[in-house]
Design a binder for this molecule. Structure first.
Ligand code: GLU
Length: 445
């Protein structure tokens, strides 16, 4: 079956799974030529096997809120592909979570993890639980109830969850605490752990730092640097925080952040105090960015708007999927954006990506740009297995090296005849070849 027929079949089989079909479509479009040139892939039905998860566990979560009411949520773990290592990927807690979203994230994770050079397969999990406005005790009761189901299918060599939107250090603590209680072992299944109980230095910063290291290499292909550049970020969580820290260190000026309620424009740029304030804003658990202007009145809040209308040299979406659409992309291009690096997972719609490609603007896709997070998760697993910890500099140096390898892989497979680097193609082909060839070696399983 050719790539188009496989896609049509998949659309018929999973109608309505919009995000999942979008993610599969993007990868298959990129690898079509490689697939056609290598008949061994078709003979082993590599694509048909790769696009369906190995298995999905779906379960009900019951917990009691502070008012004594019983609450019911749905949880899932998508174990997508373990050809190159244990299933690995975060847990998303957000009211929008459904199987389409978790399947898209799990699918992306396969290639992202392959790009990191570390032995990790792809998986993702989550729940439609909304952490917004919940007390610490409610979060704990939910996390414990979630783990009462999830613990059965995870383990240090089978499936290693981590954080994602709505799951940070606090949630991982509650989940891992329950896991240890049930499993009675300490092998560190879960990454993003606290430093005192098996975590790695640099893990909180890793997605943002890695994204900036990757973007730095994108700039270097044009002999460019961050010095004096104006940068638009979206989001105000962990990824935005880590990106802002490193960008300002390297001489960039971050002028926007955003939340579900609107965006902040801070003409002077974020400094150390403002970046630190993002942590407090996040910890307040209200999921709004507006209070920033009470703290820093020189900034402006634009309710209900996205930050992509602001003039900038570099745009880095750091929030969630499809947060930057075709119209946003046109505005950015009209305002002279030179580079777009997606730190969120699938932050740009296919229409937006087409706009950037047609304008020959360098665009780095999430699975390459944001791979630093899961890469340091992989390094956390190595440290746990050795029962040792590396210093901050050691982890940071390894993260640098990994982001450099990912960029090199993108150049290898994504450089077009006119010299333009199509990072989407590069990342997808490099990730696909590694996983597909491993699947060939492992037989029909
Ligand atoms: N949720 C992050 C991602 O999308 C990190 C996953 C992990 O560390 O396993 O890659």
């Amino acid at each position: 079956m050719n790539v188009k027929e496989i896609l049509t079949n998949l659309e018929t089989k999973h109608p309505g799974e919009k995000e999942y079909l979008q993610a599969v479509h993007e990868v298959l479009e990129s690898i079509e030529t490689i697939y056609n040139e290598n008949p061994q892939y078709e003979a082993a039905k590599i694509i048909e096997r790769l696009v369906e998860p190995d298995r999905i566990l779906t379960f009900r979560i019951s917990w009691v809120d502070d008012a004594g009411n019983v609450q019911v949520n749905l949880g899932h773990r998508v174990q997508f592909n373990n050809a190159i290592g244990p299933y690995k990927g975060g847990i998303r807690l957000h009211p929008s979570v459904n199987l389409s979203i978790l399947k898209f994230l799990g699918f992306e994770q396969i290639f992202k993890n392959a790009l990191t050079t570390l032995p990790m397969g792809g998986g993702k999990g989550g729940s439609d639980f909304n952490p917004k406005g919940k007390s610490d005790n409610e979060i704990m009761r939910f996390c414990q109830a979630f783990m009462l189901e999830l613990w059965r299918v995870i383990g240090p060599n089978t499936d290693v969850p981590a954080g994602d939107i709505g799951t940070g250090g606090r949630e991982i603590g509650f989940m891992y605490g329950m896991y240890k209680k049930l499993q009675q072992e300490n092998s560190g299944v879960f990454t993003g752990k606290g430093l005192n109980w098996g975590g790695s230095l640099i893990r909180p910063e890793a997605t943002g730092f890695g994204g900036v290291y990757f973007t730095k290499e994108m700039l270097e292909t044009k002999n460019d640097t961050f010095e004096g550049k104006t940068i638009s970020l979206s989001g105000f969580g962990n990824v935005t925080w880590g990106s802002a820290l490193k960008l300002t260190e390297l001489g960039g000026k971050v002028v926007t952040i955003s939340g579900p309620d609107g965006y902040i424009y801070d003409e002077k740029g974020l400094d150390a105090d403002k970046i630190h304030y993002l942590l407090l804003l996040r910890a307040s658990n209200n999921d709004i960015v507006a209070p920033y202007v009470q703290e820093f009145p020189e900034a402006k809040f634009y309710p209900g708007e996205k930050p992509w209308g602001v003039k900038c040299d570099i745009a880095m979406p750091c929030a969630t999927q499809n947060e930057l659409d075709g119209e946003d992309a046109k505005k950015l291009v009209a305002n002279g954006v030179k580079y777009v690096a997606e730190v969120s997972n699938m932050g740009c719609t296919p229409e937006a990506v087409d706009v950037f490609h047609n304008a020959k603007i360098l665009y780095g896709p999430g699975k390459a740009v944001n791979a630093g997070g899961v890469a340091v998760s992989g390094l956390e697993m190595s440290q746990n297995a050795m029962k040792m910890s590396w210093t901050k500099d050691e982890v940071d140096a390894k993260l640098h090296q990994i982001m450099h390898s990912i960029h090199t892989a993108c150049l290898k497979y994504g450089t077009e005849q006119d010299g333009y680097i199509n990072y989407v193609k590069g990342a997808n082909i490099a990730g696909f070849i590694k996983v597909a060839d491993s699947m060939l070696d492992l037989g029909i399983v």
